[in-house]
Design a protein around this ligand. Structure first.
Ligand SMILES: Nc1ncnc2c1ncn2[C@@H]1O[C@H](COP(=O)(O)OP(=O)(O)OP(=O)(O)O)[C@@H](O)[C@H]1O
Length: 297
């Protein structure tokens, strides 16, 4: 547990926080999250797989029906694009949608995004009986009960006990036996990317630690995205990426991935080849300072 600020005697009188004020702040902060125009428009340019996911999830929000999804998609298939469309649509109806993600850096990609550990108060030392440090009467519990949609991206890299702790806590604060207390949860990620880190663990131990090995896995509706939107104008490259992720690329004798010749920049010398590489990857790098969104995309 954190320390009480009053222990440090920084000022003469004790600092106390009013429960109602804290509640109001937690909730107002969520209502105050900006909704970018481009996220609102995103729902109009979804591909057919994203559209199917978007409609299935939104229908549950509209009907207020319990549901838990897993969006399974290799890198670049538009998972983040889909979350942005969902968050914007739900928030534009003046409803609370919480955006969380397993890693800190990535939390900044989704507006209002927080790490799942911080948002749900998941303890760092976890075992199968752990639950989140959320008081049933507290401000966070109230916010979670109000939330119409909870998104947790990059879930394959978190240990299953994290999602199980969330499940237990939500059942507790909602007094419900339904998975995740009947809330609408969208997990997403790609098991081909990063699995939970287990110190000196074997591949099997990593798999056993992941959500796919949890009792929760069978309760999730799986929706697959397969069209690589990042490399959609380059089908050869997008097929190649999929082969790498599926472990089906040809490998060289040193057990390294073989990159096909058309993807290689021929070596001339250190300086020229580095320039060629930068030009090939970034094309018009000088223009990026004027257009940040082009750089991030
Ligand atoms: N329907 C769409 N229309 C136009 N652009 C899209 C669409 N879906 C995704 N994109 C674009 O494709 C790129 C990849 O999408 P996104 O970042 O959402 O993929 P991702 O599945 O989250 O990838 P990763 O797993 O690598 O994080 C982004 O530039 C995004 O803006």
């Amino acid at each position: 547990m954190g320390k009480d600020i009053n222990m440090f005697h920084l000022i003469e009188h004790d600092v106390s926080f009013d429960q109602n004020e804290t509640e109001a702040r937690e909730i107002n902060d969520e209502f105050a999250v900006l909704i970018p125009e481009e996220d609102l428009m995103a729902s109009m340019s979804l591909n057919s797989e994203q559209q199917h996911a978007y409609e299935s999830i939104l229908q549950k929000v509209i009907l207020n029906e319990s549901a838990a999804f897993f969006i399974d998609g290799p890198g670049g298939t538009g998972k983040t694009f889909l979350y942005k469309a969902l968050l914007a649509t739900v928030r534009s109806r003046n409803l609370i949608a919480l955006a969380t993600i397993s890693s800190g850096v990535a939390a900044s990609i989704l507006l209002g995004g927080r790490t799942a550990h911080s948002r749900f108060k998941i303890p760092l030392d976890l075992d199968k009986n752990s639950t989140c440090c959320v008081s049933k009467q507290g401000a966070l519990a109230k916010l979670l009960r109000l939330a119409k949609l909870i998104i947790w991206d990059e879930v394959p890299m978190s240990r299953k006990e994290c999602m199980q702790a969330l499940d237990k806590m939500l059942r507790d604060i909602t007094n419900s036996r339904l998975p995740f207390g009947g809330k609408i949860i969208v997990f997403g990620g790609d098991f081909r990317q990063v699995l939970p880190v287990i110190r000196k663990g074997t591949r099997q131990e990593e798999v056993n630690a992941s959500l796919a090995s949890s009792y929760l896995w069978s309760t999730l509706t799986k929706i697959r995205l397969s069209e690589n939107m990042r490399a959609r104008f380059d089908p050869n490259f997008s097929n190649y990426l999929l082969q790498v992720e599926n472990g089906t690329t040809p490998i060289t004798i040193e057990n390294k991935i073989k990159i096909s010749n058309e993807m290689l920049i021929p070596f001339k010398n250190d300086v020229e080849s580095l320039d060629d590489l930068i030009d090939a990857v970034f094309q018009d790098i000088g223009s990026y300072s004027e257009n940040l969104s082009e750089m991030t995309n």
